[in-house]
Each structure stands twice: as structure tokens, then as C-alpha cells.
Design a protein around this ligand. Structure first.
Ligand code: 6PG
Length: 244
């Protein structure tokens, strides 16, 4: 378990969380000495704003040529489907900046979920540097649902936190939609893990997790604790309303 406590950054609103995070991300990326920077992206509302900001403000100054994009989770839908996290990223950021296709490593949501999970594992194993037989991403961006889920690890599938595979097939608790998610062991091995969490519907879970109180042990997001890396929570005022 990491000995350093999480960094907590609070901004007035969702737009400012995304802007400050974009600024941080670009300077972090510029500081990386390695030839290849591996980043797993997330779906959700704040990343949407983040991707727009990166495309609009940082097209020229981000070291895009070193970056390899992955996803922490993906919905099992075709790549042009409105639910696809890849599709959202493509439309808002990858196409506008002309990001090289060879550095995009999406989950094949259009094929059988078990096959998609194992194909995605293979790609990760080929591209992401490993330590002790596990991939170590440079950065994983995560959201948190109002039920405390993160990536696509939901409270009814806590076993995915400890699964001995790189990714797994998950099932959305209400819609039954199949998803592919990185497992807890991979997420916790990343060098940097950054939660982007905004909005009033998250405030109870943010409070319980950051204070380690109430039912926090029932929420997958509470188990995101990097082994050697750094964890940050990037929050807006609405999400921290109960902390103040
Ligand atoms: C996804 C996500 C998921 C998301 C949270 C928060 O693809 O669904 O990766 O974990 O980040 O559900 O989503 P919002 O920011 O939209 O609340």
C-alpha cells in the first residue's frame, strides 16, 4: 500500500476541474523522460470537458508523439456508438488533434466481450512496460459513479478489484450492459492515478471515502490505493459539500 496520502484538489466547478487538470497533465507529460507515455482514459462527464480543452488549447504543446492512449473501461458497443468511451474521445480530442492511430489502443467493444477482454490484455502486455509480471501504466484517469464504482468495477462485482487478470468483463448493475474494465491490481500499479469527480450526486461517497467512514468499504473507488504511485482526487465544490 502506498505510504503517501492522496492529493486532494478542489475547484469551483466541473469546467475548472478539467482546466486545472489539463494544465497539470501537460506539464506532467512534458516532464516524462521515457520514450513512451502510457495513459488510460476514462469515460464520464469531466473527461468530456478535459478532452475539449486539450484539443482546443494544447494541440501544439502536448508531447502527443510519445503518448499511447488506452481506456480504463469500455462499454461493449461498436466504436461509433454514442455509449463508446473511445468514440467520445475520438470526436472530442483524437480527431481534432490528428492523433496517430498507431498510438490508440481501444477495447474492441463490437466483438464478444470475453474475446475483447483477452485481445485488450494482449495489446496492453505488448505496449505497457511491466514489473513483476503486471503492466505499469504511467497514468490512469478515473471517474467515480454515484454508487462508488470506478472504471467498470461496480459494487456488486468487488471481486474485480482482486482479480488475477489484467482486464475483465463487467456488467452494469441496472442496464445489464457488458463492459470491459481494467482490474484493481492493474489500476493500483499505475505510477499516477487521478480521479476526476464532480457534481452533487457524488458528495456522500466522496465524504465517506476520503474520511474512511460510513459504508466506504462497500465502494470500489475506496480500494484505489496505488502500491508505489501517487493518487490524486480532483473535485469540484459540489462533490466536497459534505467535507466542509
Ligand atoms: C464510464 C466510466 C465511469 C465513469 C463514472 C463517472 O465509462 O462509465 O469510466 O467509471 O467515470 O461513471 O461518470 P460521470 O463523470 O459521468 O459521473
Amino acid at each position: 500500500m502506498s505510504t503517501s496520502s492522496p492529493l486532494v484538489y478542489v475547484q469551483p466547478d466541473n469546467q475548472t476541474v478539467a482546466q486545472e487538470f489539463a494544465n497539470w497533465l501537460v506539464s506532467w507529460a512534458k516532464d516524462q523522460d521515457q520514450d513512451k507515455i502510457t495513459i488510460a482514459l476514462s469515460g464520464g462527464s469531466t473527461p468530456k470537458v478535459l478532452f475539449k480543452i486539450l484539443a482546443a488549447q494544447y494541440k501544439e504543446s502536448m508531447p502527443w508523439e510519445k503518448i499511447h492512449f488506452f481506456w480504463g473501461d469500455e462499454r461493449c458497443v461498436p466504436p461509433d456508438h454514442p455509449d463508446s468511451n473511445y468514440n467520445m474521445t475520438k470526436e472530442l480530442m483524437l480527431d481534432p488533434i490528428g492523433f496517430p492511430k498507431s498510438q490508440i489502443h481501444r477495447v474492441k467493444g463490437e466483438i464478444n466481450p470475453e474475446k475483447a477482454a483477452s485481445a485488450y490484455e494482449k495489446v496492453i502486455t505488448q505496449i505497457v512496460p511491466q514489473q513483476d509480471g503486471w503492466p505499469v501504466f504511467d497514468l490512469i484517469i478515473l471517474g467515480m459513479g454515484s454508487d462508488g464504482h470506478t472504471a467498470s468495477i461496480f459494487p456488486h462485482e468487488m471481486e474485480l478489484l482482486e482479480a488475477d487478470t489484467i482486464c475483465a468483463v463487467a456488467t452494469h448493475p441496472e442496464s445489464g450492459q457488458k463492459r470491459i474494465s481494467l482490474t484493481g491490481k492493474v489500476i493500483n500499479r499505475a505510477r499516477q492515478i487521478c480521479f476526476l469527480v464532480t457534481g452533487d450526486s457524488k458528495k456522500e461517497k466522496v465524504y465517506e471515502i476520503l474520511k474512511q467512514t460510513g459504508n466506504y468499504q462497500d465502494y470500489p473507488a475506496a480500494y484505489i490505493q496505488p502500491i508505489n504511485g501517487q493518487l490524486s482526487w480532483n473535485l469540484d465544490q459540489a462533490a466536497v459539500a459534505l467535507l466542509q
